[in-house]
Ligand binder design. Sequence first.
Ligand SMILES: Nc1nc2c(ncn2[C@@H]2O[C@H](COP(=O)(O)OP(=O)(O)OP(=O)(O)O)[C@@H](O)[C@H]2O)c(=O)[nH]1
Ligand SMILES: [Mg+2]
Length: 222
Amino acid sequence: MRAQIIQNVPEMNSEMAEVNRRIINEAGVLTVVLAGLPGCGKTSLLHATIQRMHDRKVGVIVGGYLNMNDVQTFATTADQFAHVNVASAWQLGPHHVHQAIKSLELKSLDMLLIETAAGALCPGIADLGQHLNVGVFSVSAGDDQALKEQDLVRQSAFLLLTKADLLPYTAFDVNLLRIQLQTSRPTVRLMEISVRDASGLYPWTSWLESNIVSRFGLEGVV
Ligand SMILES: Nc1nc2c(ncn2[C@@H]2O[C@H](COP(=O)(O)OP(=O)(O)OP(=O)(O)O)[C@@H](O)[C@H]2O)c(=O)[nH]1
Ligand SMILES: [Mg+2]
């Protein structure tokens, strides 16, 4: 297992996302960004995803705050892991990801998962060179997220509603969220998911698996 903590990343030019894309494609590693509001459950979902996809070599890049428990968990679960200090930035930029992918051995990975913040002060998801964006909503952030986070909805190939185990205990109206999505982006898929009761994890990892296979033809087992 390879783990890196990356500090003091220099700003680079706007072509950096293209450079990253070329490196990622040459390595043949499906690269997926998980983006959502702080605390929406991204890190927990990454842990659960890696554990479920144990037949795959999965690398993780996380920007922003991580506690030592998370670092230790990634160090034991991910095949490769890089934590990037984004300093005063709210979300990962292509220059952060460039430093991270240089520190990883991409060719030995099947999939690279990148966690970054999106929404509120940093609407939308930056082009980091990734193949797919997954927007992460959570039950704890209210059922009007599709209205508030329209860039996230527009840019995502797939949307997750995390902490679905809390639905019976809140006034969160999943149908309202679905109706709002129907209006703004009828084709996008929303999946309810929970790392607490493991609901939705199988369809989620199956979707990732199918993308690894369809993009790079790497057969495997979920
Ligand atoms: N009930 C419930 N709580 C969850 C679930 N997933 C995450 N949480 C809790 O939500 C809180 C935030 O989870 P994280 O995984 O750290 O969220 P994050 O999006 O990575 O947070 P930041 O990196 O700070 O933006 C933690 O207390 C988790 O235990 C879930 O499926 N159900
Ligand atoms: Mg996190």
